[in-house]
Design a protein around this ligand. Structure first.
Ligand SMILES: C[S@@+](CC[C@H](N)C(=O)[O-])C[C@H]1O[C@@H](n2cnc3c(N)ncnc32)[C@H](O)[C@@H]1O
Length: 217
């Protein structure tokens, strides 16, 4: 049994499991695994989900924050209603969407999560550049919206702009790690940036990167 065969079988497993548990996407398990490892959610917390359609991450976030928590999401696509979750349709690269989302949230967030993906062009470097652009918008949103101490999780497609972008993330968070959850497809160039300990909007100090889980960056 090759590693690839084992990984593909596991992927089928996540697809089937998502159907069984009524999750809207197999991506739910990626967020579940990230939270198990890094503890990004807290009961009663506020969460903003960027690129949330069809809603698999929203479902996990709502489960984790519970009835007293708040979950809001945005996507270019329509998101079918989910109990206890508020969503809007819009483009996160546009200021009016950012303002609409911030007013829907109505305060600060404990966690910002972004699974935004560009339309795949097939060109590795172009897809990477577009992914970095979406992550840059997610980072700016997080800087304006997170409470000090809050967390940011972002999907990024790997490539040569990665290190510069990570340096930018490290200016605002005390811990920054790269993580590939087991539920990610083996063929994908996606990886997740898990940034914890938001330093606050004004502080742009040098980072200190440490902790037991994930890959140090
Ligand atoms: C992989 S899907 C997200 C899956 C979701 N996490 C789930 O569990 O159901 C990526 C989403 O990013 C959205 N997206 C891409 N660019 C965006 C943008 N500029 N603003 C808002 N959403 C965007 C896409 O429409 C797509 O639905």
């Amino acid at each position: 049994m090759s590693k690839r065969w084992l990984k593909e079988r596991r992927q089928d497993f996540y697809y089937r499991k998502a159907k069984q548990l009524n999750y809207r996407s197999r991506a739910s398990f990626k967020l579940h695994q990230i939270d198990e490892r890094f503890g990004i959610f807290q009961e009663g917390g506020s969460v903003v989900d960027l690129g949330a359609a069809p809603g698999g991450w929203l479902q996990i976030a709502k489960e984790r924050v519970g009835p007293k928590g708040k979950v809001v999401g945005v996507d270019l696509q329509h998101i079918a209603p989910l109990e206890g979750v508020s969503t809007i349709r819009g483009d996160m690269t546009r200021p009016e969407t950012v303002e609409e989302l911030r007013s829907l949230l109505g305060g600060k967030a404990d966690t910002v999560i972004s699974d935004m993906s560009p339309n795949i062009s097939g060109s590795y470097s172009m897809d990477h550049a577009r992914s970095v652009d979406l992550c840059t918008h997610a980072l700016e949103f997080a800087r304006r919206t997170l409470r000090p101490g809050g967390s940011l999780v972002m999907k990024i497609f790997e490539g040569d702009m990665m290190n510069d972008f990570l340096s930018e993330v490290k200016k605002s968070f005390s811990s920054v790690r790269l993580h590939s959850p087991k539920a990610s497809r083996s063929s994908s160039s996606e990886i997740y940036i898990v940034a914890k300990g938001f330093k606050g909007p004004a502080e742009q100090a040098a980072p200190s990167v440490s902790g037991p889980a994930g890959l140090e960056v």
